[in-house]
Ligand binder design. Structure first.
Ligand SMILES: Nc1ncnc2c1ncn2[C@@H]1O[C@H](COP(=O)(O)OP(=O)(O)OP(=O)(O)O)[C@@H](O)[C@H]1O
Ligand SMILES: [Mg+2]
Length: 267
């Protein structure tokens, strides 16, 4: 049996406006491989100073322009060069990206609608996902995004993405705007859903605690142009966030990463 890598970067460099006077290299010579593990997906948390190219890397995996295509090197998904966006990759952004003129139900069902799934079928699945992300089908399904809190809107965004069962989930600071309590609830929810859908996750965050809690592996990027400096394996999130974040082993890993990042910010 061949084990392909779910995502692989081979010496990837991205220069925006390449060949022009305003050319800017955002990431340089990034190489990594996330192996395919049957029945499970790896959770990769991505840390690095502001502007080091984290979003650039995520959007290259997503196949979104102008980050896609890479200027040099190879971005491979399941062994093949990324041709552009595709249903095997779902993205969740920091800002709440629901359609304002659609109800929660219609937002969650949107992707299935695009795929031509019949109305009863997509509504049935959407209701299930509304429940899975911790919203109330009876009271929330017919609300519009402006009637929801930030945490609720991020639950809708997650449901919208996961209902399509992507192989790879790309999350760019999805919990950055949430209060600490809601954030921890969302972390535990995400871990539960990630286990269920068995996807590979790339999760950009500025929170070291969040990266150590959620990640199987933490990527640390250097300042601009971003290069991949460290890949640190950490304990998987196999207990609740509040519990794990109190343990001394957890704290030690957080301090270790904080030292690395602080050195990066000052050099
Ligand atoms: N479309 C673009 N054209 C030109 N330069 C860009 C473009 N998008 C991003 N950049 C530049 O590339 C660099 C990396 O940007 P990117 O958004 O990937 O960083 P980031 O690590 O996600 O930062 P943050 O933590 O602040 O979100 C930045 O200097 C940014 O100004
Ligand atoms: Mg970013």
């Amino acid at each position: 049996m061949t084990h392909k890598n779910v995502v692989e970067f081979k010496n990837v460099t991205k220069t925006y406006n390449s060949g022009r006077p305003d050319a800017f290299t955002a990431v340089r010579d990034v190489t990594f491989a996330i192996p395919d593990m049957p029945g499970a997906g790896e959770f990769v948390a991505v840390l690095g100073p502001s502007g080091c190219g984290k979003s650039t890397i995520l959007r290259m995996i997503a196949g979104l322009e102008p980050q896609h295509p890479a200027t040099s090197g190879e971005v491979l998904v399941c062994g093949k060069p990324v041709p552009g966006p595709g249903p095997d990759r779902g993205m969740v952004f920091q800002d709440y990206t629901s359609f304002d003129n659609r109800t929660v139900l219609d937002n969650v069902a949107f992707g299935l609608e695009c795929r031509g799934v019949s109305k009863p079928d997509r509504y049935e699945q959407a209701r299930q996902w509304i429940q899975k992300v911790g919203l109330n089908v009876d009271t929330d399904a017919n609300k519009f995004p402006h009637e929801l809190s930030g945490g609720m809107r991020q639950r809708v965004a997650i449901a919208r993405t996961l209902i399509l069962r992507p192989r790879i989930i790309l999350m760019d600071e999805p919990f950055g705007a949430l209060d600490p309590h809601t954030r921890m609830q969302m972390q535990d929810l995400l871990v539960a859903l990630w286990r269920e859908v068995q996807a590979t996750v790339f999760f950009v965050t500025h929170s070291i605690e969040e990266s150590v809690y959620l990640g199987d592996r933490v990527f640390i990027l250097s300042g601009s142009p971003g290069t991949l400096l460290h890949q640190i394996e950490v304990e998987p999130p196999n207990r609740p966030a509040l519990e794990m974040q109190r343990e001394s082993g957890f704290q030690q890993t957080v301090f270790q990463i904080r030292d690395i990042l602080e050195e990066l910010e000052t050099t």
